[in-house]
Design a protein around this ligand. Structure first.
Ligand SMILES: C[S@@+](CC[C@H](N)C(=O)[O-])C[C@H]1O[C@@H](n2cnc3c(N)ncnc32)[C@H](O)[C@@H]1O
Length: 206
């Protein structure tokens, strides 16, 4: 709940502010980290307008893509149709329900919210849905950057080691990458800004 709106209403309102919020291109780190993987079953968590899901499907992945916002999902479905690819788009509030099945790739690209939400609980559930041999890729911000507005709660953005510890993974996992890195992005005023992101890439070994 934020300003009297449910989380779904808040995201629908955010997406309704513009015809398109995100670039329409797949996330750079997804492309960098996944290009070498053999296509299989992929799950995109918080898929937004669908650019990652469409890119994965175009490379032969069988993609399930999930978001809370019906407005975003409608846009994502149009993007997939325009690109001539098939994606199984599903609407879930991932704090409450999660898509069935197991996946060779589970990707969470900037699964953030300006309100507080239980991201770590969702990511723990995400780890459970990775098939043996599969990869969990989590890309996140290290701060709000210039996107924080008055009234937004303070949120702690975990470092890669903090996030890995919070996932409670046990022995059957290998850490392939756990880094922070700068990334350039268009800020709210249209200027290009630099902010710090984090990449956590894990393989389920058994
Ligand atoms: C910062 S956007 C990132 C979108 C996309 N992954 C990208 O990189 O362009 C976060 C997305 O997570 C979705 N989201 C937030 N909370 C969610 C929840 N509880 N369940 C499912 N999706 C959620 C939002 O609707 C939004 O599309």
């Amino acid at each position: 709940m934020l300003n009297g709106m449910s989380d779904e209403q808040a995201w629908d309102a955010r997406y309704s502010e513009e015809n398109r919020i995100w670039s329409g291109k797949p996330n750079v780190e997804l492309v960098a980290e996944v290009s070498d993987l053999p296509p299989g079953r992929a799950l995109d968590l918080g898929c937004g307008e669908g650019a990652d899901a469409v890119w994965l499907a175009g490379r032969g992945w069988q993609v399930t893509a999930v978001d809370l916002s019906g407005v975003a999902l409608k846009r994502a479905a149009k993007h997939a149709a325009d690109a001539g690819v098939t994606v199984d788009f599903q609407q879930h509030d991932l704090e409450k329900t999660f898509p069935a099945g197991e996946y060779d790739l589970v990707s969470a690209q900037f699964l953030h919210f300006w309100a507080d939400f239980d991201r770590e609980k969702i990511l723990r559930r995400a780890a459970e849905s990775v098939a043996p041999g599969g990869v969990l890729l989590i890309e996140g911000h290290m701060d709000h950057g210039p996107f924080k507005h008055d009234g937004h709660p303070e949120i702690h953005f975990p470092t890669p080691p903090e996030l890995i510890a919070a996932l409670n993974l046990g022995d059957s996992w290998a850490v392939l990458k756990a880094t922070t890195h700068p990334r350039q992005q268009k800020g709210p005023d249209g200027d290009v800004i630099e902010r710090t992101d984090s990449t956590v890439k894990l393989r389920r070994t058994a």
